[in-house]
Ligand binder design. Structure first.
Ligand code: NQM
Length: 359
């Protein structure tokens, strides 16, 4: 149990992110106590997170809390928690498809799911959005094998493929794929597409904000004028998406779109929402994919659409993200017919973590 005696923890790279994975039963049941403990484990608040596990970036200040599921449709429940780096917050208001990639292997490592002889499918209820994802990974002889030959951009080398299939991602945080009821709106003086295929996001043409869209994440982060404009658009767009006042929240995300330069459908620069993403999130990419496919969105004239029904690539600062997204038109507008992506994960460390003492 929690305390200065240490807590059982598995550190894992999930996709292009890194996080601490815990069994819910190893953490305090009270959310306030749990969050206080996690902040002390990660070394938050501190820009360097020098006294904890965090890696000084939102993409490496993440936590997965995993437990057996009471839902017949799932094997395990996965609660994702995003921690601040220099600010002391813990939020369950967003999901994370990168950290999701490690949840199935973690469930096997901890004995929550019995592995098959070759591969294992784990049905995961994503508690944050109350939707289901199925992850499949290699378990030769009943042991998780993280190795393999799949490269993913943003991670050096290769690892074993973990296909992720999502159900019910459309509107998972806002209630609708296009939460304003439109595929394009004019908000705070700029055209945007507000879309939520698992990650509520505001898509904006980079050119409309005076940038090219091929800048390095650090250069975009350093642009104070751009940051102020993005913050203004985000607050106004979130109101229009029914999300209320999102000051201090990590959603909705912002994504700048520009024409593809190397064979993808569209080029992206995403914001988390203040720090710039070094690649793109999983649900983030599936959300951009859904937005780009919708007729009339701000991607019109920017994106080069794929053959209908075929998987496609979203370009990001460190390469590509391959997604398989298809939309279907219903009586009440656009819905998502298919959402899946390929990731990898790697167990880095399994042991006992010692939280910084309370001050
Ligand atoms: O969109 C970062 C990440 C993410 C989220 C963020 C993610 C997703 O890359 O599914 O994976 O947008 O906060 O880890």
């Amino acid at each position: 149990m929690a305390g200065s005696s240490g807590i059982r923890c598995l550190l894992m790279r999930g996709g292009t992110s890194k996080g601490a994975y815990f069994l819910a039963s190893d953490l305090p049941a009270d959310p306030g106590e749990r969050d206080d403990l996690l902040l002390r484990i990660m070394g938050t608040p501190d820009p360097r997170q020098i006294d904890g596990l965090g890696g000084a970036h939102p993409l490496t200040s993440k936590v997965a809390v995993v437990s057996p599921s009471a839902d017949d449709a799932a094997d395990v429940d996965y609660l994702f928690l995003q921690l601040g780096v220099d600010e002391a917050f813990v939020t369950d208001r967003q999901n994370c498809g990168n950290i999701l990639a490690g949840v199935g292997p973690f469930a096997v490592e901890r004995g929550l799911v019995r592995a098959g002889d070759e591969r294992t499918d784990v049905r995961i209820r994503m508690v944050n959005s109350d939707s289901i994802a199925t992850a499949s990974f290699a378990t030769p002889g009943g042991i998780v094998d993280y190795d393999g030959d799949l490269p993913i951009d943003g991670v050096p080398g290769t690892a074993g493929a973990i296909p992720l299939d999502f159900e019910g991602t459309a509107g998972s945080s806002t209630g609708a794929l296009f939460p304003t009821g439109n595929t394009r709106d004019r908000i705070a003086g700029v055209e945007v597409t507000c879309v939520d295929n698992g990650m509520p996001s505001v898509l904006i043409r980079a050119a409309d904000l005076g940038v090219v869209g091929d800048e390095a994440p650090a250069a975009l982060e350093a642009d104070a004028e751009l940051a102020a404009r993005l913050a203004e658009i985000r607050l106004a767009a979130a109101e229009a998406m029914g999300m209320g006042d999102v000051s201090g929240a990590t959603v909705p995300k912002l994504v700048l779109l520009s024409p593809p330069t190397s064979g993808g459908v569209v080029s992206t620069r995403s914001f988390l929402p203040v720090r710039a993403h070094t690649s793109i999130g999983v649900l983030g990419a599936l959300t951009v994919g859904a937005g780009a496919l919708a007729p009339g969105s701000v991607a019109d004239g920017v994106a080069v659409l794929p053959e209908p029904g075929t998987p496609f690539r979203i370009e990001h600062p460190t390469g590509y993200f391959d997604v398989d997204v298809a939309l279907t038109e219903t009586d009440h507008g656009w819905d998502v017919a298919r959402s899946s992506a390929l990731r990898t994960a790697r167990k880095i460390f399994d042991g006992t973590v010692f939280p910084r003492p309370r001050r």
